[in-house]
Design a binder for this molecule. Structure first.
Ligand SMILES: Cc1cc2nc3c(=O)[nH]c(=O)nc-3n(C[C@H](O)[C@H](O)[C@H](O)COP(=O)(O)OP(=O)(O)OC[C@H]3O[C@@H](n4cnc5c(N)ncnc54)[C@H](O)[C@@H]3O)c2cc1C
Length: 349
């Protein structure tokens, strides 16, 4: 359709032929002047013209370009070795395939993602507690999510769908076999080996962080090497999970089972009264679950409360979050923990 006008304009404005050698009649002064370049000999009569050499060079270049173009066009991306390996990292998004989708509550789904061929996830990247980012390519937005379980061969994401949530609705539309762009890992809380007791006070899908921590401490096989096995961090963990409705107590059966078999693990599910608009967690609930005055000040310093949930939940339990990463994002100490006189450490996830 557009070929004719282009050809016509090409004829109106002819381009000099690139394969045509320079003619000495075009550059008479250059032809007459002897070369001042000591490395260049002046052509003597009967010697091979340098322009002929250039023709050979140009023909060679054109042939190699045709060959390279052919190679590019005939590459089969499905053939092994042709997909450029991507290391899973926090600079660029890498494609993961949705392997499984499971409804775990009326509003929440668990997505198992597996790295696509060529995406490399390394064990040492998966440090608890961490989160990843997921991108919605149609809207160019990204949001953080805390994997509930991960390994070099899978990432599980627990996603609650909000009626007007751009990202959560996008992820909920994904079916097995579809691709999701993920980047990470970003640090949410760095394991503090001095800590002997961790209390996770989590609301809704904030339970994802507690699940990741439990997996890190008890469900991951110890890494190779004696030193690692001896050095394994074995804190006592208590999970206090608040949810609006009993159906939103995700991982309840798994945590209940673990609590009966593992003396270092405690689990306290808490739900609101059906008509209640606020959470049932109160200062009294927390006081009963973890007494603040144990009589052992040194031991108290080795306890930490990790608070994870919506901004409103975090503020209610431990005070408003700040703006920024790390310590900056911790904001002020307040809420129920201040009310009960908590003297241990606190980290808002
Ligand atoms: C470190 C970190 C880890 C996270 N991990 C998870 C996780 O594992 N699973 C998970 O589901 N979410 C997690 N989130 C929240 C997640 O990043 C998104 O904010 C959430 O999925 C909503 O995004 P959206 O684009 O769907 O909603 P948006 O389009 O951003 O918001 C639309 C509306 O949805 C509602 N809404 C959004 N977020 C919340 C909220 N947290 N509480 C109450 N109402 C809300 C509000 O009405 C809001 O106006 C995490 C957040 C952080 C900071």
């Amino acid at each position: 359709m557009f070929a004719r006008p282009i050809l016509r304009s090409a004829r109106l404005h002819p381009r000099p032929s690139l394969t045509k050698p320079f003619s000495t009649t075009q550059f008479p002064r250059a032809a007459k002047r002897p070369s001042t370049n000591p490395f260049k000999s002046n052509p003597s009569p009967g010697a091979e013209s340098p322009y002929k050499k250039h023709i050979g060079l140009k023909v060679g270049m054109i042939l190699s370009m045709i060959y390279m173009g052919y190679q590019l066009l005939t590459i089969d991306p499905s053939k092994e070795g042709h997909i450029k390996p991507k290391t899973f990292e926090n600079q660029f998004f890498a494609p993961f395939e949705v392997e499984k989708v499971e409804d775990v509550s009326p509003t929440t789904r668990l997505f198992r993602l597996i790295p696509t061929e060529g995406t490399v996830v390394k064990e040492e990247q998966l440090q608890a507690i961490g989160h990843v980012f997921v991108k919605n390519p149609t809207m160019q937005i990204e949001r953080p999510y805390t994997p509930t379980s991960w390994s070099p061969s899978h990432i599980d994401l627990l996603i609650k769908a909000y009626p007007d949530g751009e990202m959560s609705r996008y992820i909920h539309r994904q079916q097995p076999g579809e691709m999701i762009q993920v980047k990470g890992v970003y640090e949410t809380w760095k394991v503090d080996r001095e800590v002997e007791e961790v209390v996770c006070v989590v609301g809704g899908t904030g339970v994802a962080a507690a699940k990741q921590l439990v997996e890190e401490v008890w469900q991951k096989a110890p890494k190779e090497g004696k030193e690692e096995a001896v050095d394994r961090w074995t804190p006592k963990i208590t999970v206090v999970h608040a949810a609006r409705d009993p159906s939103e107590l995700i991982f309840k059966s798994e945590f209940t089972k673990l609590a009966t078999s593992n003396p270092s693990f405690n689990y306290h599910p808490i739900t609101d009264a059906p008509s209640s608009a606020t959470t049932r967690i109160t200062a009294d609930t927390l006081r009963k679950l973890f007494p603040t005055d144990t009589g052992d000040k040194e031991k108290e310093k080795k306890r930490i409360v990790l608070v994870c949930g919506s901004d409103g939940f975090v503020e209610y339990v431990a005070g408003q979050k700040g703006v920024g990463e790390g310590e900056l994002g911790q904001g002020v100490f307040g809420g129920l923990l201040r009310e009960i006189g908590w003297r241990g450490k606190v980290w808002k996830l």
